[in-house]
Design a protein around this ligand. Sequence first.
Ligand code: UFG
Length: 342
Amino acid sequence: MKILVTGGTGFIGSHTAVELQEQGFDVVIVDNLSNSTIEVLDNITKITGKRPVFEQFDLCDQSLTADFFRRHNDLAGIIHFAAYKAVGESVEKPLMYYRNNLQSLMNILEGMLANNINNLVFSSSCTVYGQPDELPVREESPIKEAFSPYGNTKQISEEIIRDTLKANPQLQAIALRYFNPIGAHPSALIGELPLGVPNNLMPFITQTAIGKRPVLRVFGNDYNTPDGTAIRDYIHVVDLAQAHVVALNRMIEKKMKKNYEIFNLGTGNGLTVLEVIHSFEKVSGVKLNYVFVDRRPGDVEKVWADTTFANQELGWKAQRSVDEMTLSAWRWELRLAGKLND
Ligand code: UFG
């Protein structure tokens, strides 16, 4: 069965392409390589022994996308990752974010409708909850005003999908709201590859440890948490990737309760920034150079997932510990630096 993975050379997309191929799916990747490199394709091939079909173009281009779908009208499903995702950049360039993230989704939905392709997994984010009133956060928790244009594109995307499905009940979609994906494939052949200075915690930790950055700034140690640093629900990217395959199979096997379902993907366990740092120091044996600085504007204090619905309905549960997350991220950084000996 053939599956389209948009953004399939990106961080989560590449890990999902691996899991799909390992479970016997044929993967077609579409990526414009705006935030990834073609070598990722070679490494997916090394891990799985099979090279995904690859097409490089921008899904915001309506005619190229329509043409793609005409040529691939036998797709059993689509997993749509391709999107911009930097919160700070979205505040500077909101129109760029709205155009890119919404236009591509609409082109894909049009391609699905025109070619009777009915199954979509959409890459959403816990950012849609903002700072929730109640923790852990459940799928029914209210959607608050978005903290950033990026977050708003995820809220609007979910609504675009909802309305399109109402008008076209033959379509099925599952939106997966990710918490904080970190880590890398155990082979250390694929991982997170931020361009320039990383925004996110885990790549900043590993780049500081390897010497690419002088110091990690920990944003805020005066939060109302046990050690004063902010709490997130970090989830291993391989656990996350596997959840996509489960969601896809649920659609293909017609096991959905309604044609649009939404799941939280986290571990259900919140960790402070210092807990992640301590795990990293333990598994790597590297003493990390970090300093406390002011809170980062726009950061929420704490958020972690209620995973009951995903656990029960999908029959999926995140398996990997924080130490596996930080160790795999470190091995990936070591491999990038040519320092991985195993
Ligand atoms: N942090 C630091 N120093 C850094 C980077 C991050 O202390 O250099 C802290 C942050 O303040 C936060 C935690 O580490 O407390 C995690 O920060 P990330 O940037 O890794 O992740 P966020 O939770 O801010 O963002 C993630 C996704 C976004 C998504 C958001 C929703 O990256 O795409 O969750 O909450 F919008």
